[in-house]
Design a protein around this ligand. Structure first.
Ligand SMILES: [Zn+2]
Length: 200
């Protein structure tokens, strides 16, 4: 066998894919779809999520349309690296809940030849970039922005409206606390929203 061909057979390049968007835009659904396809191709896969997010299940990632896939809860990004040595495809859900070390961990995994698929919110409820997603977007080979539908006007929505008056940066939850909104109908908090309505 030609020597170059042999190298090609043994060395495989990895890469990073990012799926990001607002809540209710189908990020987890898309992550599950990609993971299932890899599994059909008999690739070894593993899915992780941060321990902060156990709103549906401790042992699965679950999309809002109730699709699910087995996942492992990890306390930090380092744990993903430790548990990924024997897999080819790594899925990471709710990536915005990890600290910035996730960037370094994703680079290491991709450098070692693995396919890393990261899903997460790209903006927080104030529409500010949600670390570490901006950094992950800049180092990724592939980016998919998923859009939801604005609950006010039906336009494509890439923002998450908090409909609770809490000021916590991270408030884990779904339907009771958040809605998808377009740029026009996104407001920073309920008080501001009331002021705007009174002005009219
Ligand atoms: Zn709208």
């Amino acid at each position: 066998m030609n020597e170059n061909l042999q190298i090609r057979t043994f060395k495989k390049t990895g890469h990073i894919e990012v799926i990001c968007g607002s809540m209710f835009s189908g990020k987890t659904e898309e992550l599950i779809r990609r993971i299932r396809r890899a599994e059909i191709a008999k690739q070894r896969v593993k899915v992780f999520k941060p321990s902060i997010d156990n709103r549906y299940s401790e042992f699965e990632i679950v999309s809002h349309n109730e699709q699910s896939y087995p996942s492992e809860m990890v306390k930090d990004a380092e744990e993903i690296l430790e548990k990924s040595f024997d897999v080819e495809v790594i899925g990471i859900d709710e990536a915005q809940f990890f600290d910035n070390n996730l960037i370094n961990i994703c680079q290491q995994l991709a450098d070692s030849g693995k396919r890393v698929i990261v899903a997460g919110l790209d903006q927080d409820y104030r529409a500010f970039p949600f670390d570490p997603m901006p950094q992950l977007l800049s180092i990724a080979e592939y980016i998919t922005k998923t859009l939801a539908v604005c609950v006010v006007c039906g336009a494509p929505a890439n923002r998450t409206q908090r409909i609770s008056d809490s000021n916590e940066h991270i408030l884990v939850g779904a339907k009771n606390y958040y809605e998808a909104r377009c740029r026009l109908h996104h407001v920073i908090n309920i008080e501001t929203e009331n002021e705007i309505s009174t002005d009219k």
